[in-house]
Design a protein around this ligand. Structure first.
Ligand SMILES: NC(=O)c1ccc[n+]([C@@H]2O[C@H](COP(=O)([O-])OP(=O)(O)OC[C@H]3O[C@@H](n4cnc5c(N)ncnc54)[C@H](OP(=O)(O)O)[C@@H]3O)[C@@H](O)[C@H]2O)c1
Length: 240
């Protein structure tokens, strides 16, 4: 039996981006009540204004996180897409980028998830929280330490959260770890041919699509889903 997400309140933090917007459109098809946060790109977020309430929020700010959570009555689901590749182009950027990545890719998402879980628990709601990592946290890509280190930490912290909030109410916390997906932050690199060798050598059959990720999000949000504390890598086999 498949339960519907109709009228369930779900926050998609960073949901205005490439993977978030595809997920929002999939969830809107079954009439979920969506709240989408964006950071700096209001125009991109506006494209989703017909299917979601939009909230500007910087997840590294405690007051913004509280304001975002306060927009939701009876919060059932939270998906935290927020992330930044924190690319280091010059060795001198390494230290500031490490700090920035810690804030945006680890601390902000972790604290929002923890604060949401506390609210769900206080209200007796059995809900679902999904966090976003990257394939770079599961395999070793030279030059990725600033980004991948923070994402790997997030995976570990998410599993701790899952253990802290299992039971009754049962708040499930899982992580999606995408591969090279033709949307959002990977779009420009794909267009520039940076990842073509994965196709040419047959490592992956095609690049990921935003819908591949949206379907994984929907899976973890499903009300009768029995999975918690897991990391689902959606990368077409790339990191094998
Ligand atoms: N696309 C891929 O191939 C890929 C691969 C591996 C992992 N991922 C992960 O998947 C997630 C979604 O990626 P995407 O491709 O959809 O990225 P994206 O298009 O760049 O979207 C990122 C989202 O995060 C928001 N954001 C950035 N900094 C923020 C902050 N400090 N506070 C609050 N929100 C902030 C952005 O808002 P504004 O645009 O308004 O600033 C946007 O909504 C990320 O966590 C990323 O690391 C993506």
């Amino acid at each position: 039996m498949r339960e519907t997400l109709a009228r369930q309140t779900i926050i998609l933090a960073g949901g205005s981006g490439g993977l978030g917007s595809a997920s929002a459109r999939l969830l809107a098809e079954e009439d979920a009540h969506l709240i989408i946060s964006y950071h700096s790109n209001r125009d991109r977020a506006e494209e989703l204004s017909e299917i979601a309430t939009l909230v500007q929020a910087d997840l590294t700010s405690a007051s913004d996180r509280q304001r975002l959570l306060n927009t939701a009555d009876s919060l059932y689901g939270l998906v935290v897409f927020t992330g930044d590749p924190c690319r280091v182009k010059d060795p001198q950027e390494l230290e500031p980028k490490m700090h920035e990545s810690y804030e945006v890719n680890y601390l902000g998402p972790y604290l929002l998830a923890k604060e949401a879980a506390e609210r769900m628990k206080a209200e007796g709601i059995s809900g679902s929280i999904v966090l976003f990592s990257t394939m770079q946290a599961n395999a070793l890509f030279p030059g990725s330490a600033a980004y991948a280190g923070a994402k790997a930490a997030l995976q570990h912290a998410a599993r701790i959260l899952a253990k802290e909030y299992r039971g009754r109410p049962n708040i499930r916390i899982n992580v999606i770890s995408p591969g090279v997906t033709a949307a959002g932050m990977a779009e420009a690199s794909i267009a520039a041919g940076k990842y073509d060798h994965y196709l040419e050598t047959g490592i992956i059959p095609r690049f990921g699509r935003a819908l591949d990720i949206a379907r994984a999000v929907r899976f973890f949000l499903e009300p009768d889903n029995y999975i918690t504390g897991q990391v689902l890598t959606v990368d077409g086999g790339l990191t094998l």
